[in-house]
Design a protein around this ligand. Structure first.
Ligand SMILES: Cc1cc2nc3c(=O)[nH]c(=O)nc-3n(C[C@H](O)[C@H](O)[C@H](O)COP(=O)(O)O)c2cc1C
Length: 215
């Protein structure tokens, strides 16, 4: 039987690499993905990654972000299209991941604003009691940001900040990204080998416990 899709939205916060890697791994694992992106995410792609994206309406759009093979597995939906399937609760999904989540989108979702497909899909995910996971990216957080996160957390939303651990001994930026993406996938019960679970690298655990290198 065909699996219900997972919605993945990218918003205009720093660290779009997390979202790109997430979509790639989901597609590689043959998980159906509905993909959407805010106009501000496009701006962040330009400013942060020097990536000029073609218009979303063109066939080249997805292939400017992913390989052809991955692009073919993803269903792209447009930010302004509030008539898309995911805008209705009658369309079944396994939930939604907003990665990264800007403070703007966080505020919209926390306050039931649904003026675009990202906030509408999140609103639908919430009202249908499905899994919603946000990856907020800002530092420091203001009391408004924290209150919005607390509100969503109390509604059952998983608040998983772009906040990688270091106990898996990252060697490069990709390892840091994979840690966060692995945690997101764990939350959706998607298998991966993006990081080693704590305790599986005995040598490192021993080293930490004896505090040899941390005095
Ligand atoms: C290069 C760049 C980086 C940004 N980084 C962040 C960020 O990390 N967190 C955040 O909340 N907003 C960030 N912003 C601001 C958001 O893009 C802006 O508030 C926008 O309105 C978010 O819109 P969206 O939620 O529709 O994507 C950044 C903007 C730019 C241009």
């Amino acid at each position: 039987m065909k699996k219900d899709p997972i919605i993945v939205a990218l918003t205009g916060a720093s660290g779009l690499q997390y979202g790109l890697r997430l979509v790639r791994v989901l597609a590689e694992q043959s998980e159906p993905v509905i993909f959407m992106m805010s106009p501000h995410a496009r701006l962040v792609f330009e400013k942060e990654m020097d990536l000029e994206l073609p218009p979303q309406e063109t066939p080249e759009f997805l292939e400017s972000l992913f390989s052809k093979e991955i692009a073919e597995r993803i269903e792209l939906v447009r930010y302004r299209d509030v008539s898309a399937k995911s805008a209705s609760g009658t369309f079944k999904t396994r939930g939604m991941i907003i990665c990264p989540t800007s403070m703007n989108t966080l505020a919209e979702v926390a306050n039931g604003i649904s003026s675009n497909l990202i906030s509408r899909s999140a609103d639908v995910t919430l009202k249908e009691g499905r899994k919603l996971l946000i990856v907020p990216r800002e530092t420091p957080f203001s009391a408004i940001h924290l209150e919005n996160m607390l509100k969503l957390s109390r509604l059952g939303v998983t608040v998983l900040p772009a906040n990688p651990g270091f106990y898996h001994k990252p060697k490069n930026i990709n390892d840091l990204i994979d840690f966060v993406v692995g945690k997101i996938l764990d939350s959706f019960d998607v298998n991966h080998n993006l990081y080693k679970p704590w305790g599986s690298d005995e040598e490192f655990v021993e080293e930490l416990q004896t505090q040899k290198n941390y005095r």
